[in-house]
Ligand binder design. Sequence first.
Ligand SMILES: NC(=O)c1ccc[n+]([C@@H]2O[C@H](COP(=O)([O-])OP(=O)(O)OC[C@H]3O[C@@H](n4cnc5c(N)ncnc54)[C@H](O)[C@@H]3O)[C@@H](O)[C@H]2O)c1
Length: 332
Amino acid sequence: MSLRIGVIGVGRIGRQHAQVVADQPAVGTLVLADADPALAAAAAAELGAAACPLDEVFGAVDGVVIATPTSTHAGLLVRAAEAGLPAFCEKPIALDVATTRAVIDAIDAAGAPVQIGFQRRFDAGYAAIRAAVAAGELGEVRRAHLLTCDPAPPPAQFVPTSGGIFKDCGIHDVDALRWVTGREVVEVMAWGANRGAAFFGAAGDADEAAALLRLDDGTLATLQLSRYNGAGYDVRLEVAGTRGTRVAGLDNHSALVSTEPGVAFPGGAPHPGFYPRFRAAYTAELAAFVRVAAGQIASPAPPAEALAALYVCEALARSRAEQRPVRVADVR
Ligand SMILES: NC(=O)c1ccc[n+]([C@@H]2O[C@H](COP(=O)([O-])OP(=O)(O)OC[C@H]3O[C@@H](n4cnc5c(N)ncnc54)[C@H](O)[C@@H]3O)[C@@H](O)[C@H]2O)c1
């Protein structure tokens, strides 16, 4: 098999995704497109790929990877669907529920598979918690604690189009919580703070956030998000049940310092950012997408899952804005 895969958007994450796609044995042709043609040409030269005008990509490939800013995902996903192409798209599909639903309708009507970039589903630690929960090793799950803490904020121009801290960062935690526990979030209460650069507040966004989430079986979860975690990149999930607790993201590179005498763990340097921390997961999710595009497997992160996570993030954002608990059913 020799697939032709296009990568649209070769910025921060798209350039990395393009490298992973180039490394897949089943991919014979890699085509790169970007709103900035010079960026596509430079990446193509480095990867031995072909640069292509955006309008021509959809007719030149067997599948597309969409890694453009969030505000452009909806339009590009619809174009891929209309071309009958399997698509991998970075999260989220869109910043609002109505647009996300319309995109999913177009995808369903076209019938080509779509995989959303929830790479934590491919992380060994997160997957092990899911397996432990499913096997009953934790007993009855009662609590979860989730963190996504970036060491430094994204570029100022990224923030107004990001959808805000809950839809941009927290959507990974919400997807992981649903995927690992197999439960739905029914109610949330969220808070946000502006402690960093003024561009967060100017965009109506927060740079620190915390939330409580109640699941449909009574499990209580806490969520913390930060754009300014001085200790380094810290992404973890802790799930506790009546028989045990499991933690993902607690490795030798965790951005933590124990104050207990004689405890040297974790001793390694913190992960510097999202890509090094999740390199294996990003690689595995794109390897899976190549198999999706080849018709070998169903999408491991279908768009309906992204919509379910978006409902929760919408509820979180509304709760923060209105300073009241919000039921997820009220935003569906
Ligand atoms: N899964 C993750 O862990 C993760 C991490 C980072 C970013 N993301 C997501 O990836 C997406 C991209 O983020 P980024 O940080 O790489 O952004 P970026 O701004 O660094 O890169 C985006 C690229 O897309 C290009 N572009 C913009 N509009 C375009 C269009 N209409 N058509 C073609 N190219 C276009 C830009 O020129 C740029 O090169 C966002 O949706 C973000 O939420 C996901």
